[in-house]
Design a protein around this ligand. Structure first.
Ligand code: GLU
Length: 322
């Protein structure tokens, strides 16, 4: 008798809460992003918000994880530890080709692109009292180039090399996470830092609103770099978003695009649902972060080098975008 009443209670609770149903249909996905003061983290939040609104329809529950950045995200995605990631377009290209950080591991054949997002200028933030106006002034300085899992570390190395500066010999290169860089600059523990990031970002706001005055230094002498690397493009760092910065003009630099990627192992219906929610509710999506203001649907299909995931492709064809 006791057994039967327990059983009835369980069945009753499952009916009331619908838990039996939801359990069977829920797909949990995690989006790898970057430091919480970057733009990847709120971007992951915005994308998950779009799809979580339709939890009942799709059975997808998306969560966001703060990570070390692009390189970490691609590796975690390929290892099956993440289902999606925000990564720099140059890193997407390198992983697909099996070059740079993927030289030893070879081409990452399961990497798939979903869409691209906003431009990320390689931003060089420098203390004005350190006398740094352009990248050439970094010789002998303490410069944060980024943690090894970040996308920007290689951009910093490429920019320094283009300026004839050996990052191992000509300056003190540090490997802190971008989320720590603004604090270190304000504490006078570093003179400058590189961060490839969309604007505005909380990290750059923090760096430009402290007692120590800062400038965005120009990254010049990059014509050959741009000619040799198809994924790099000219860019500027906008000063209007950061009232505390000392520059009178936007800084000259180069940049990449932030892109949204996944693995061939992630089911088509999951990738389709996310793509559809972002694109069908595009005006809503654009309000979720100021870095999204100038996004266009057509632009979001550019800058992708890994094959487009079939789930995303299905949506793009239906919507007449491809
Ligand atoms: N571009 C940086 C990276 O790939 C992250 C920027 C951000 O978190 O917004 O590591």
């Amino acid at each position: 008798m006791k057994y039967i009443s327990t059983l009835l209670t369980v069945v009753f609770l499952m009916l009331v809460t619908g838990s039996g149903n939801v359990q069977a249909r829920s797909t949990f996905i995690t989006i790898g992003t970057g430091g919480i003061t970057g733009v990847y983290y709120p971007t992951g939040g915005a994308i998950s918000k779009m799809v979580n609104r339709k939890k009942k329809e799709y059975g997808i529950r998306a969560t966001v994880e703060s990570t070390g950045g692009s390189v970490f995200n691609i590796n975690a995605l390929m290892a099956g530890d993440l289902e999606f990631g925000v990564v720099q377009s140059d890193r997407q290209y390198q992983a697909k080709e099996g070059i740079a950080d993927w030289q030893d591991r070879g081409p990452q054949k399961d990497l798939r692109s979903v869409f691209s997002l906003y431009l990320e200028p390689v931003t060089l933030v420098a203390a004005s009292d350190a006398g740094i106006k352009s990248i050439a002034d970094l010789k002998g300085k303490r410069v944060n180039i980024g943690n090894p899992g970040s996308g920007h570390r290689q951009n910093a190395i490429d920019a320094l090399e283009a300026a004839g500066i050996n990052y191992e010999k000509d300056l003190t290169a540090l490997s802190f996470k971008a989320s720590e860089a603004a604090g270190l600059l304000q504490d006078r523990r570093i003179d400058a830092f590189f961060y490839t990031v969309g604007h505005p970002s909380s990290s750059i706001k923090e760096a430009t609103s402290g007692a120590r005055k800062v400038v965005f230094a120009d990254i010049t002498g990059i014509d050959a770099l741009l000619a040799d690397h198809p994924y790099y493009m000219k860019a500027t760092v906008p000063i209007k978003l950061y009232p505390g910065v000392l520059n009178k003009k936007d800084a000259q630099t180069f940049g990449v695009k932030a892109t949204f990627v996944t693995s061939a192992k992630v089911p088509d219906d999951v990738v389709y649902a996310i793509t559809k929610e972002v694109f069908d509710n595009f005006e809503d999506f654009k309000t979720l972060h100021p870095a999204f203001t100038s996004l266009s649907k057509e632009g979001m299909l550019k800058g992708l080098s890994a094959p487009i995931h079939p789930g995303a492709m299905k949506y793009f064809k239906e919507a007449g975008l491809l």
